[in-house]
Design a protein around this ligand. Structure first.
Ligand code: G4P
Length: 289
C-alpha cells in the first residue's frame, strides 16, 4: 500500500483516561454492567479493557443498530456472546425495536442478586446497572428509550466527558450513564477503519476518499451484490479501491470537467448511504468460529 492508502487514526487519550477513572470509581456501586455495541462491528466497537473494568460483575451485551446489520451475522454474534457467559440482546434504539427486552433481561441476570438483597432485609432495593459504550454507538438514544422519556441528552460528541447521571427506569431499576469510553490507541488500523466507516469516529478527521476506497474493497469481498444493486456496476476483481470508486462514480454521473470522475464525491456518497442503510443490512465483522 502507498502512503495515500494508509489510514492512521489517533484518539484523545486524556478524555479516555478520565472516563476510565470514572468507571473504576463507580463500578462498586452497580450490580451489573451493560455494554452497548454496534451490531455491525461487535468486536471493533468493544473496549478491550472491559473484562478488566467489569471484572466480577454480571454482564449484558446489547447489539444496537441491529437494523443496519446483517440478521444472520447478528444471530451468530449472539450465540458467541452467550457462549462466553454473557447475557445478550439485539435492538434498534432509534425505532425502539427490541428495547422492551432490556428490563426483563436485567432482572433475569440479577435474580440471585435480588434474592441476596432480600435476605439482607433490603426488600425493593433498586438494581443498578452501568451502561457503557463507545461514543456515538447510541447510548443516549437507548437510555431515552429504556427510561421512556428524554432521560439523557442525545448527540454526545466523541471524547467529550459528561458528569455521571443516575436514570430511573422504574422503582426497581436504575441506570448509571457514563461517558463513552474508547481505548487510548486503536489496536490496529483495521479497528480504526471500521470505527470510521460506521461513524464512531467522525469522518472529517480522516481522508474520506481513502476511507471510501478501503470500504469499497470490503464490499467487493463480502457484499458484491449490494454494490451491483445500488450502484449498477459489477466490481472489477482486479481494481483497487479508488478504481472501484471511479467505476461507481461514473455510473452515478459524478463527473467533473474533462469527463473525469469526482472520486471524493463518490466516496462521501458511499459512506453516507451505508450510514443511512441504503446499501442494505451489511455487517462488517463476523465472530471467530
Ligand atoms: P451516544 O449517546 O452513544 O453518543 O449516541 P446517540 O444516542 O447520540 O446516537 C448517535 C446516533 O445514532 C443518533 O443519530 C441516533 O439516532 C443513532 N442511533 C442510535 N441507535 C440507533 C439504532 O439502533 N439504529 C440506527 N439506525 N441509528 C441509531 P443522529 O444524532 O441523527 O446522528 P447520525 O444518525 O447522523 O449518526
Amino acid at each position: 500500500m502507498d502512503s495515500r492508502e494508509s489510514l492512521n487514526i489517533q484518539w484523545y487519550p486524556g478524555h479516555m483516561t478520565k472516563a476510565r477513572r470514572m468507571i473504576e470509581e463507580n463500578i462498586r456501586q452497580v450490580d451489573a454492567v451493560c455494554e452497548l455495541l454496534d451490531a455491525r462491528i461487535p468486536r471493533a466497537s468493544r473496549n478491550p479493557d472491559i473484562d478488566a473494568l467489569a471484572a466480577g460483575k454480571p454482564r449484558l451485551v446489547i447489539l444496537n443498530r441491529a437494523d443496519l446489520a446483517d440478521p444472520a451475522v447478528t444471530a451468530r454474534w449472539k450465540k458467541q456472546f452467550a457462549a462466553q457467559g454473557l447475557a445478550v440482546l439485539e435492538c434498534d434504539a432509534k425505532s425502539g425495536r427490541g428495547v422492551a427486552g432490556f428490563a426483563p433481561a436485567v432482572r433475569a441476570l440479577l435474580e440471585e442478586k435480588r434474592k441476596e438483597y432480600e435476605a439482607k432485609g433490603q426488600v425493593g432495593r433498586a438494581l443498578r446497572v452501568m451502561v457503557l459504550g463507545i461514543p456515538n454507538v447510541g447510548k443516549s438514544t437507548f437510555i431515552n428509550r429504556v427510561a421512556g422519556r428524554k432521560a439523557a441528552l442525545a448527540g454526545d460528541r466523541p471524547g467529550v466527558t459528561r458528569g455521571r447521571q443516575w436514570i430511573r427506569v422504574d422503582a426497581g431499576l436504575e441506570l448509571l450513564d457514563t461517558p463513552g469510553i474508547l481505548w487510548p490507541k486503536f489496536e490496529s488500523p483495521e479497528v480504526g477503519e471500521l470505527l470510521a466507516i460506521t461513524n464512531a469516529v467522525k469522518a472529517e478527521i480522516l481522508d474520506r476518499e481513502t476511507l471510501g476506497a478501503h470500504f469499497m474493497l470490503r464490499l467487493r469481498k463480502h457484499y458484491p451484490d449490494a454494490l451491483t444493486e445500488r450502484y449498477k456496476f459489477t466490481p472489477d476483481p482486479e481494481a483497487n479501491g479508488f478504481e472501484l470508486l471511479e467505476q461507481a462514480g461514473r455510473r452515478r454521473g459524478f463527473l467533473v470537467s474533462g469527463g473525469e470522475v469526482d472520486i471524493e464525491r463518490m466516496a462521501i456518497t458511499l459512506l453516507n448511504e451505508y450510514h443511512e442503510g441504503k446499501l442494505g443490512r451489511l455487517s462488517l465483522e463476523a465472530p471467530d468460529e
